[in-house]
Design a protein around this ligand. Sequence first.
Ligand code: NAD
Ligand code: MG
Length: 393
Amino acid sequence: MTRSITILGATGSIGRSTSGVIQAHREEFRVEAVVGGRNATALAKIAQDLGAKFAALADEGAGEALSLALSGSGIRGGAGHAAVLEAVDRDADIVLAAISGTAGLAPTHAALKPGRRIALANKESLVCAGGVFMADARRLGVQVMPVDSEHNALDHALAAGSDRDVEKAVITASGGPFRTWTKERIARADAREASAHPVWSMGSKINIDSSTLMNKGLELIEAHHLFDLEPERLDVLVHPEAIVHGLVQWSDGAVTAGLALPDMKVPIANALRNQNRLKMDLPRLDLAAIGRLSFEQPDEGRFPCLSLAKAALRTGGAMPTILNAANEIAVEAFIADAIGFYDISELVERVCSTFFGRNIAAPSTVADALRIDQEARQAARQLLPTLTGTARL
Ligand code: NAD
Ligand code: MG
């Protein structure tokens, strides 16, 4: 049976890998709509390659460029908030959610419709509003399948036993480009160096998050919501080869792990198809050729973002929402070369401590989450000029 798919974030790294999976399996999938941020030419090309019926850009001002790029194709285009919502609202069996950052929350949440499957790459949706998102998904009977490689591996590992027997669920981190660097050297790193990921080729925000290990912190919060596991049962292990993606340790000491070569097409195909695996024409894992796999503890001294995210997860309430918002402002400023590497964690820590005493409850609606998100962003922007550390403002 052919399944219809709508892709949010179609022009990004995950979006392009998803297009690759769909193009190699035309008999399985049909594309209903594609959504991008502002690049009309790129979105029009993807819409035509995939035979989508509708293409939407979030940027209101890009409507004319999109119409021009789509002219003669028979594909309808639209721009702005309403167009994105129209794309999300159209009939599709699966919505692949791969907009980057908190910008993905509202459209991904709007995609929750009875009977649908959400293939979720946009982890920030869950970090910002995980309680609301998962509760609404359950209420509407929407299956949320993780695209994030670690969570996709955990999803399968967890199916090997019963939830109450899970002692610990572990996600691995490649360690990013600075795994072996000294703290002094990391302190002087710029966005170009931070983006040189040793294993994965990804979008700019997640690249920086991988270099600070905030990505792993966000993934712990993501795992907490996806699998309903308390913070004490979640852990991170550094594994530079990125072959073992997630491990479940059971109450009898046995461990079930999910392994694959690091290619996002594997978890993407899996999230699109769930238990029915596709036949994928990709290189196979040759453990004898790889020879050895290595593991180490993450160093929270050099990578303080991981401990900040763990603290936010333990604190609960709105703290993950606040952490996530402050991190987005910090990452933007770092990419713009306005602050130094350790100013990212410095800013996140200061914003979190500003809100700490207020004990703000976990958001009860998406609007509530976005209001808290805006308040935390405002606080972060105000604090930006006061950063000393390695700031270059
Ligand atoms: P990316 O920056 O390459 O792509 C982001 C996509 O979102 C683009 O299509 C962009 O046009 C679109 N977009 C941005 N702002 C938008 C807005 N306001 N409205 C609509 N569309 C908008 O990012 P990516 O690396 O593909 O990551 C996407 C998501 O997947 C992130 O949440 C990331 O954490 C997650 N993820 C990525 C990877 C990876 O390997 N790249 C792995 C795991 C999880
Ligand atoms: Mg991941």
